[in-house]
Design a protein around this ligand. Structure first.
Ligand SMILES: Nc1ncnc2c1ncn2[C@@H]1O[C@H](COP(=O)(O)OP(=O)(O)OP(=O)(O)O)[C@@H](O)[C@H]1O
Ligand SMILES: [Mg+2]
Length: 271
């Protein structure tokens, strides 16, 4: 699976496992994301999606297995990997006490964007996300959809080749959700950026993702194009049927209190 135009997958995970003390959050995960695709990581609360992403983005140490981003090993080439990735975490990452512009500028400094280029790049990122008018207002006054777009502007400041979005549309109304996706889609069309996204909204995954990986209890249960996953289940199957088929009735075994709490907290902050 490595005959891509530039020879390497955007993301490759082999035998990836991660434990929080006794608890195995990710179990022997193999996954490849192709350059330029929108790949959706789906799965119930507690499936291990965020943990996988955090290992990939070098925010958690690699414990077992291998993880590469455009061929760079996340353990040995941490800084190279970080430079290639733009990341919008599940938890809120914008500072309400700063303006939109100040938030993005902070990231420009963090990512060592050369001083002279900072201002134009910050302006450009705000413009792409449709925040030029609101740039000098405090983020505290933004709607949930605007905050998510601000976080996208932050993540874009280092012109990443891989954009990683952990539940970018959670808690947003349908119009704001649509706007976030439109911006992501435009970006991909313009830059050829690869997108790795998690979502609990099956309609979004179905429409927006080229391929989907379905995780459950730390393992990858199915991977493929939404059409193929649905077809494999039988005529008329929806992506939700695919989800239920592979993740089962996960209420009891899957995400516990901690997972529900963190999801609600994110949704409330963005609401
Ligand atoms: N810091 C932590 N300490 C202990 N356990 C954790 C920690 N973070 C995650 N876990 C556990 O690891 C498992 C995977 O969590 P993870 O956040 O990766 O799931 P997720 O698929 O992103 O879920 P959600 O859809 O709710 O965001 C869960 O059982 C969770 O409770
Ligand atoms: Mg998560």
């Amino acid at each position: 699976m490595t005959d891509y135009p530039d020879g390497v997958p955007a993301v490759s995970l082999h035998g990836l496992s991660y434990h929080f003390n006794e608890h195995q959050a990710v179990a022997d995960l193999d996954l490849e994301v192709r350059p330029g695709e929108v790949f959706g990581l789906l799965g119930p609360n507690g499936a291990g999606k965020t943990t996988t992403i955090r290992v990939l983005t070098t925010l958690l140490p690699l414990q077992e297995g291998a993880a590469r981003v455009f061929g760079f090993d996340v353990r040995r080439r941490k800084m190279a990997v970080r430079r290639l990735i733009g990341y919008v975490p599940q938890q809120l990452s914008a500072d309400a006490a700063l303006t939109g512009r100040e938030n993005v500028m902070l990231f420009a400094r963090l990512f060592d964007v050369p001083r002279k280029e900072r201002r134009p790049q910050v302006d450009e990122a705000l413009e792409i996300m449709g925040l030029t008018q609101a740039a000098d207002r405090l983020a505290a006054t933004y709607s949930g959809g605007m905050i998510r777009r601000l976080e996208l502007a932050q993540a874009l400041i280092n012109r990443p080749r891989l954009l990683v979005l952990d539940e970018p549309t959670i808690g947003l109304d349908p119009i704001a959700r649509g706007t976030v996706w439109e911006r992501v889609e435009e970006l991909r069309a313009d830059t050829g950026m690869t997108v790795l996204v998690t979502t609990h909204y099956m309609d979004e995954a179905d429409q927006m993702c080229d391929r989907i990986g379905l995780m459950h209890l730390g393992r990858l249960r199915a991977v493929g194009a939404p059409e193929d996953l649905k077809a494999a289940l039988g005529p008329g199957a929806s992506l939700e049927d695919v989800f239920r088929h592979h993740a089962g009735d996960t209420f009891e075994e899957g995400g516990g209190f901690r997972d529900v709490r963190s999801t609600r907290r994110t949704a409330r902050r963005l609401g």
